[in-house]
Design a protein around this ligand. Structure first.
Ligand code: SF4
Length: 177
């Protein structure tokens, strides 16, 4: 134990610090999302997060969007508690057998037009959980998916890029002002 403690004092850590997020890129993305959601929806964008069986890594990055650094609410993007108030379902993880019904019910409780974003590699095709007896597979095996944001996990900036692409390309079904 003493040897370990001593070695930890003289050796550099094996991990490297992550690259710092770019303030300017973040600001630009969030402002673009704010502008396009107001133009196409006529208001802010509401997101309901659904954890269908993730390891929690994708949630950490998603939750980072609401922290003091990213603070996405200032750009008109908010996470809502009920699917009935949501435009987007942001689904993480492979869909486990136990979460299948909950995901389906959340999908049907969301008013149309609604968009489903599969967040992370596991939500795409099951990722590292693919083949497990406990999972069904990617989100598209249970509900229709409009966009997949890859990564394990995707960074907050990747998530914003994905939301911007979604808003640019989906049909808002008459919600646009
Ligand atoms: S994509 Fe990676 S971080 Fe996200 S749920 Fe799967 S294993 Fe976890």
């Amino acid at each position: 134990m003493r040897k370990l403690l001593f070695e930890s004092l003289i050796h550099l850590p094996l991990t490297e610090p992550p690259p710092p997020p770019s303030d300017a890129a973040m600001e630009e993305l969030a402002t673009a999302i704010d502008a396009i959601s107001r133009r196409r929806l006529g208001r802010s964008l509401s997101i309901r997060a659904v954890d269908a069986g993730s390891c929690n890594g994708c949630e950490l990055e998603m939750h980072a969007l609401s922290n003091a650094f990213y603070d996405i609410e200032r750009f008109g993007i908010r996470f809502v508690a009920s699917p009935r108030h949501a435009d987007v379902l942001l689904v993480t993880g492979p869909v486990t057998k136990n979460m299948r019904e909950a995901l389906e019910r959340t999908y049907y409780a969301t008013p149309a037009p609604k968009w489903v974003v599969a967040l992370g590699g596991c939500a795409g095709d099951g990722g590292c959980f693919a083949g497990s007896y406990a999972i069904i597979g990617g989100v598209s095996k249970v509900v229709p998916v409009d966009l997949h944001i890859p990564g394990c996990p995707p960074s907050p900036t990747d998530i914003l890029r994905g939301l911007l692409a979604l808003l640019k390309h989906v049909n808002t079904g008459g919600r646009a002002s």
